[in-house]
Design a protein around this ligand. Sequence first.
Ligand code: PLP
Length: 396
Amino acid sequence: MNTNDIISLDKEYIASTYGRLSLAPAYGKNATLYDAEGKEYVDFTAGIGVNSLGIAPEKWREAVCAQLQKIQHISNYYYSEPTATLAKKLVAASGAKKVVFQNSGGEANEVAIKVARKYSFDKYGAGRHKIITLVNSFHGRTVTTLSATGQDVFHKFFFPFTEGFTHVPANDIEALKKELDGTVCAIICEAIQGEGGVNVLDSEYVSAISKICLDNDILLIFDEVQTGIARTGKIFAHEHYNVNPDVFTLAKGLGGGLPIGACVLSEKCESVFNPGDHGTTFGGNPAVCAGANVVFDTVNDNAFLDSVNEKGEYIKNAVRSWELPCVKEVRGLGLMLGIEVSISHKEAVKKCLENGLMMLTAGKNVLRMLPPLTITYEEIDKGLAILKGVLSGYQN
Ligand SMILES: *Cc1c(COP(=O)(O)O)cnc(C)c1O
């Protein structure tokens, strides 16, 4: 099928929940994709930070296929080696104690919310269930994680939303303190707000909320669905802040392209769930976990993490050196980067695509880059040349 046929088929049969861009990638290698007509695209998106090791990486493919030739799925009523092995790695790298596997970021956050509420219920009884999240956060699309998400655009149509969430501006500790009324069981934050605009949390703020959580037996939850698994140049983004969250969630980059979510529990809440308290049919699928083990082994390496940081600095320095009038700020850590622009971010992304570069938006005015962590400098230079050409076309 050619690109136009695929687009027509999609428009006829798939419910229109996305404003899709006119590209149907057919195949690729690392950070280079091709459509059915053979047109080449440089990928600064990695499927929203999912394809950590790029398109169809060999070791990952081999591990997934080898597992598929043994067993593709077993019920969570039984045990699975790749699943347990992956959990061990996540625990060893974080100092946490237990993992709950799911299929997506939103689901992993649902688990975090359930853990926080049950932890508090078990210890303090009913009523201590309020969860504080940050303005401009994004935590998922389920009815509960939409409640958790601190953006009003997501609080429409689907009433009634789950109760018990309140949103405070990021980096404003006084605003957060005002919400501490004895009913709070958890605070959820992203180290870098991804969808909200690539906004990096201040160190002092994170230290302050960590202390508040410790002093008041409130669970500190890091939503690392986008920031986790080396995306920011550390295995987990909370390492940038020297804090130990009670709970953190992973998803996007963990599976290397297959659906997975994980909620990681520290000692404080490792025993909150008992058999029957939570479940999932697909979560922790052996083939997905076989691939995730390869992703984890590849990125959990100091030389690899250094390379992520070096590439990130290289991209930031390049964009800053252009000194373009439409570029207000370049920010982010590792390969989670944002360019705040004074122009329409959506239009700029469209123009990039027309010229062979896949880019993402974030927030109201940010161009976001989440390339595969394995992107080569050659691919980076190709992509940056296209980006420079597009942004140079704007006068302000
Ligand atoms: C993408 C994202 C989610 C939602 O993940 P899904 O897999 O789409 O459910 C939650 N939190 C953050 C920070 C995200 O970036």
